[in-house]
Design a protein around this ligand. Structure first.
Ligand code: NDP
Length: 286
């Protein structure tokens, strides 16, 4: 039986561990230390307790390894990867943003576009919605899909992977930026000028996507703005919560990645550049 490891007993990692354990797969959830995490689906009463094993003490090698720490935490876990992987381990990075895969020096590593929504408060994870990871299509990801086919985890191996990466980048760009900069929840879109700022960020983002060869149709901006309009007023984004809780922001691989691509193509994207500079000032001192 293939061995599954998951690094990061947080919102995404615990949900994946839960999904695979329910399917009686061989799963180890790895965290900072030996402990436990509780998992609850938003629509259900039951609370499940999952064991967490210490990553730094782990020497077991895994055939499939999910990495579900935040992008700001990736450099802390990469030194441990050689202990718990073999040459053919399939590594799936389940993070927002793009460009960070280069930190993982392994020939079978892929980044998923993550559609699993949840939140960890203290040692309890609440899963809100979705169980989908979108991956590029190849033999490794098809193997993962077949190994997990009977679980609630939905592995999609897709031809238009890069389009999906860029779509999620843009969805994160608009709302994460405006909620984090203003330190307000989604209701901020109703403040004068903020909806316009959000829309113009997306317009800049779409221009960068286009320079990268990803051509979205004319309706893209309206359709993303419509998604935001459906958010409850009191809904925060991960970047908003990170700002108000004085935690590191995952800007390097969202706004930072977009800016890097923009510069590469010698585009002028002043809103993304200025917002990135402001967000950078919110980073806690190392
Ligand atoms: P969480 O903060 O909930 O989970 C990260 C987990 O990793 C925490 O339990 C953290 O422990 C653990 N961790 C951090 N450093 C280490 C370490 N050195 N060794 C072992 N464990 C460690 O994050 P999320 O699950 O919310 O996010 C993961 C990624 O998924 C992010 O890139 C996020 O943007 C993305 N994402 C999240 C979504 C969501 O709804 N939550 C939706 C879509 C994408 P500790 O708490 O002790 O720091």
């Amino acid at each position: 039986m293939k061995k599954f490891g998951i690094i990061g007993p947080g919102a995404v990692g615990t949900a994946i561990a839960f999904a695979l354990r329910e399917n009686a797969l061989d799963v180890t959830l790895l965290g900072r230390e030996n402990s436990e995490v509780r998992f609850q689906d938003y629509n259900e009463q039951a609370i499940h307790t999952l064991p967490v094993a210490s990553l730094k003490s782990s020497t077991e090698t895994f055939d499939i390894l999910f990495i579900a720490v935040k992008t700001t935490q990736l450099d802390q876990i990469t030194p441990h990867l050689t202990n718990i992987t073999h040459d053919k381990t399939v590594i799936i990075l389940t993070q927002n943003g793009y460009g960070q895969l280069k930190q993982i020096n392994h020939s079978h590593a892929y980044q998923a576009v993550v559609y699993i929504s949840g939140q960890k408060i203290d040692q309890q994870v609440t899963h809100f919605r979705d169980w989908t990871l979108k991956l590029p299509i190849n033999n490794d990801t098809l193997l993962l899909k077949s190994l997990t086919k009977d679980s609630i985890l939905n592995i999609e191996c897709i031809e238009d992977y890069y389009e999906q990466v860029w779509y999620k980048l843009l969805v994160n760009l608009g709302i994460n930026t405006v909620t984090a900069i203003t330190r307000q929840t989604a209701k901020v879109l109703k403040s004068d000028g903020i909806e316009n700022l959000c829309r113009n960020l997306l317009i800049e983002g779409r221009r960068i996507a286009s320079a990268e060869g990803i051509h979205f149709n004319e309706q893209l901006i309206d359709s993303i703005m419509n998604i935001y309009a459906g958010y409850p007023d009191d809904m925060g984004t991960s970047m908003y919560y990170d700002v108000i809780n004085h935690k590191s922001l995952e800007i390097e691989y969202i706004q930072g990645y977009l800016l890097e691509q923009s510069k590469k193509h010698q585009l002028s994207t002043p809103l993304i550049e200025n917002c990135y500079a402001i967000l950078n000032t919110f980073q806690p001192e190392a």
